[in-house]
Design a protein around this ligand. Structure first.
Ligand code: EPZ
Length: 422
């Protein structure tokens, strides 16, 4: 089993280049199915989730080729299956993004119901409600989801919550539907805007992406393009929080500062010195961080994916912070592990009260999901003594070679491969 050994107490210093956004490349790979001809995706992050999506597309008969460490080509012409077995669709929740494109191009799809995970049930009712409004017949015989439609038609869809995935799925389906589709209360995340940019380059007619009303006028067909994925604002925020947690200073490069205003504001409230240029954000920690109240929100609010990493910093703040997780129903599981390091975090549903302590002590830690794993790594970097983090497979889903890049910033971290001799 692999684990990471962290010796805390080293302030991080230096610059790190940020990878492409996981949550932009996954829908983009699905969007490529809409085109007649191959699409080339550049700037893709070298992550396990991207490889899993490539494996899923490959299973469907799509020609997916890794043209370089961060470049994938997706050619849907050879697609030969419209059925995705449960063990594959459960492997990657983003297999859900296949619904829109496969229905738009081939009129049917069968897949295992994408599972929830440790942050919540993660239902897909908004996706299915919108598709039904577009004429799709959805047969939900859990654990299998079957959907078919003779011809998708445009619809006026209202999302009860600005769901990122539902906005993306319905936008993709609408590109080839007959007529115009309006998505109201749409998600405004940069990844939604990046997907709209890709689809528009492919020949789609989309207006309003990034606002809460997205309008898509269906066209006859889309063509393959070359597209560069936007940088990962969550990875950038994670590194900035690690700099803050360890009392360090440094910069994240190759970012879009405008994607992170809520995070920069929070770091400033913590007492860090923050400045930025066109594609670079510099942070200098100034002593013990100040407590900050955080409420996660849909974009442009504070992102839920940085809630756990921020919690890992605030556990050592000079006072009490209140964190409200308004997006997912149970995203404080990491508090249990932080308490074992000496943190004082009281969780009550979507609320956490964090009483800052002067220090954490390193110990044996277990990660249960992606952003919790990043949070534990940050906490261990700022703790006294040595920690071992297990469950690193969760980390690799969303962060490329994180411990290697942290050690280049001066962290004492190492990935260890111990064969279990049970
Ligand atoms: C995307 O998930 C991201 N994943 C998540 O990142 C991110 O946390 C989330 O958006 C919110 O920003 C990808 O883009 C691949 P939602 P998604 O639909 O689309 C409820 C990470 O760590 N909901 O905006 O699943 C849902 O349960 C991951 O990188 C319904 O009730 O998020 C949640 O409470 C984690 N019914 C809320 O809406 C639906 O049909 C927001 O979910 C859909 C969602």
């Amino acid at each position: 089993m692999e684990h990471i050994v962290i010796k805390g107490g080293h302030p991080l210093r230096g610059d790190v280049r940020i990878e492409g956004a996981k949550n932009a490349v996954l829908p983009a790979m699905a969007a490529a199915l809409l085109a007649k001809g191959p699409t080339l995706l550049e700037g893709a992050p070298p992550l396990k989730d991207v490889e899993a999506m490539a494996e899923i597309l490959g299973w469907l008969g799509v020609e997916v080729k890794r043209e370089g460490p961060r470049t994938w080509s997706v050619a849907p012409e050879t697609l030969s299956r419209l059925v995705l077995p449960e063990e594959l669709s459960r492997k990657l929740r983003s297999s859900l993004f296949l619904l829109g494109p496969l229905l738009a191009r081939f009129g049917e799809v069968e897949m295992g119901y994408p599972g929830g995970c440790s942050i919540g049930a993660r239902p897909i009712d908004f996706h299915l409600k919108g598709l039904r409004q577009m004429g799709v017949e959805v047969l939900e015989e859990t654990p299998v989801l079957r959907a078919r439609v003779r011809e998708l038609r445009g619809a006026d869809i209202y999302l009860a919550y600005p769901s990122v995935g539902a906005t993306e799925n319905l936008m993709m389906a609408a590109t080839l539907a007959r007529g115009t589709t309006t998505i109201r209360n749409a998600a405004k995340e940069p990844e939604v805007v990046d997907l709209a940019r890709l689809l528009t380059a492919m020949g789609a007619r989309i207006r309003g992406a990034g606002s809460d009303v997205v309008t898509v006028e269906g066209v006859g067909e889309l063509h393959g393009v070359q597209h560069r994925i936007i940088p990962d604002r969550i990875e950038a925020g994670t590194f900035l929080l690690a700099l803050a947690a360890t009392g360090g200073q440094g910069a994240v490069q190759g970012v879009v500062p405008g994607h992170l205003y809520a995070v920069l504001d929070m770091l400033h409230q913590m007492g860090c010195q923050v400045s930025f240029t066109r594609d670079r954000i510099h942070l200098k920690a100034r002593g013990r961080v100040q407590p900050v109240d955080i409420r996660t929100q849909p974009y442009p609010g504070f992102p839920t994916d940085l809630q756990n990493p921020a919690l890992a910093v605030l556990v050592k703040a000079d006072g009490t912070s209140i964190i409200t997780e308004s997006v997912f129903e149970s995203r404080f599981r990491v508090a249990e592990e932080l308490r074992r390091m000496g943190a004082q975090v009281q969780v009550d549903g979507r609320l956490a009260v964090v009483r800052g302590v002067p220090k954490l002590k390193g110990t044996r830690l277990m990660a249960h999901e992606l952003r919790g794993a990043a949070a534990l790594l940050i906490a261990a970097l700022s703790a006294e003594g040595v920690s071992t983090l297990e469950g690193v497979q969760h980390l690799d889903r969303g962060y490329a070679r994180l411990e290697e890049r942290l050690s280049r910033l001066g962290a004492a971290v190492e990935r260890v491969n111990t064969l279990r001799v049970d």
